[in-house]
Design a protein around this ligand. Structure first.
Ligand code: ZN
Length: 401
């Protein structure tokens, strides 16, 4: 493919291996950063942090008075009033009315995030046959949808399809746009460069900067499993140190540890799909090895196996779950995870496969520490990456999640 981003990659600092060096992008979603601000910070960082603190308090707890916000954040009432005034002027906070007066004195005015004042565009590139998009409000509610069939497009043609989908979403929005979030398959660096996405034929594609230049919007691009775990963090019930495993065309995972997303030194944390399971060989994988987790678990492989031997469906799913459990056990042991969430086709994953994975993990980990580990399906269904893409934008632009 030609290199639409050659102009800007050429000027980027380069790491010794020839990859673009990691650099912080002002305002961009930063993997590894603690997601929810909860305390005051030093004066030099105070204003931006305190704005996020006020927004996060309203985002999490819902309607509050200025005095409630001051009490919850530890900020002074004067600081809160000042920040709230600024945020009301920007449309990010709205006054919603008076609290019913059971207390003496003037009834307090309630505030909330302006959840419908702005819209966010989310795009999910992780399905092998279709690119899906949505317009969402700041509460993560999907307001409109659009999708374009991929029809085998790769390289520049796949990129053109992303542009067309973003155009379509823009035409369906009717509020100021806070930004565009994209969940992409493959390995994505913190600057939104898709380093490797074999199924789309992308290598070192600067997707974030290409989209930002074309649409003039803040854009955040991350791996689809990382987007998905952020959706669980904001809209699901993910608590504590959690891993989310996405099973689709391939297999990948996102890790939320210590309140932040784990990126890894090469931005490939969670890439468990090409880890070989066991020492007994297995089918040949697209990467050239034999017996990778993907060969046991990826949806096309499972479907093909079940098609060939429908009467062995349960045994096939049990074996896939066992292989997943074998890969998960040492990760759970090393990281002391409290939860593993599965995202993918419910008909394949829920039931026999998940139960077999659970059993295998139980057999292979220390009961006194990991016996209460929860391994469950996501409750967010097929919209998990779209909603996670919106979280990335809201987190990058407003500091809340
Ligand atoms: Zn492989």
């Amino acid at each position: 493919m030609s290199e639409p981003g050659a102009g800007d990659t050429a000027t980027e600092p380069r790491a010794p291996e020839g990859r673009p060096a990691a650099r912080r992008v002002p305002g961009a979603f930063i993997a590894g950063r603690v997601l929810r601000p909860s305390t005051k910070v030093l004066p030099e960082h105070a204003r931006g942090h305190n704005r996020a603190l006020v927004l996060q308090t309203l985002y999490t707890a819902g309607q509050q008075s200025r005095a409630d916000v001051a009490r919850r954040t530890g900020l002074t009432r004067v600081t809160v009033s000042d920040l709230v005034g600024e945020l009301i002027a920007e449309g990010l906070i709205v006054e919603t009315g008076q609290r019913d007066g059971t207390r003496p004195g003037k009834p307090a005015t309630l505030l909330d995030i302006g959840r419908s004042a702005f819209q966010v565009l989310g795009i999910d590139l992780s399905d092998h046959s279709v690119f899906r998009g949505a317009v969402l409000d700041l509460a993560g509610t999907i307001l409109a949808r659009a999708e374009l069939p991929l029809a085998g497009r790769v390289g520049d043609d796949a990129l053109a399809t992303v542009f067309a989908l973003a155009d379509e979403l823009l035409s369906r929005s009717n509020r100021p746009i806070l930004g565009l979030g994209v969940g992409s398959p493959g390995v994505v660096d913190p600057d939104g460069v898709v380093l490797e996405a074999p199924n789309l034929g992308w290598t070192a594609l600067p997707l974030r900067s290409l989209l930002a230049a074309r649409f003039g919007l803040p854009v955040v691009v991350a791996n689809d499993a990382n987007a998905a775990i952020l959706a669980e963090h904001s809209f699901g019930n993910a608590e504590g140190d959690t891993m989310l495993v996405r099973v689709g065309h391939g297999v990948g995972a996102g890790l939320l540890l210590g309140g932040g997303l784990l990126a890894g030194g090469r931005f490939a944390a969670g890439e468990i799909g090409h880890v070989v399971v066991g020492t007994d060989g297995g089918d040949e994988c697209s990467c050239g090895k034999r017996g990778c987790l993907e060969t046991w678990l990826a949806v096309p492989r499972l479907e093909a196996r079940i098609r060939r031997a429908p009467e062995e469906r349960e045994a096939i799913l049990r074996e896939a779950g066992r292989r997943l459990g074998i890969v998960l056990a040492p990760i759970i042991g090393a990281l002391d995870l409290s939860e593993v969430i599965l995202s993918g086709p419910t008909a394949l994953l829920d039931g026999t496969l998940a139960e077999s994975a659970r059993e295998t993990v139980r057999e292979r980990t220390m009961a006194e520490f990991h016996g209460d580990l929860v391994l469950r399906m996501t409750t967010l269904g097929d919209d998990i990456v779209l909603r996670g893409a919106a979280v990335m934008v809201i987190s990058a632009e407003l500091g809340v999640s």
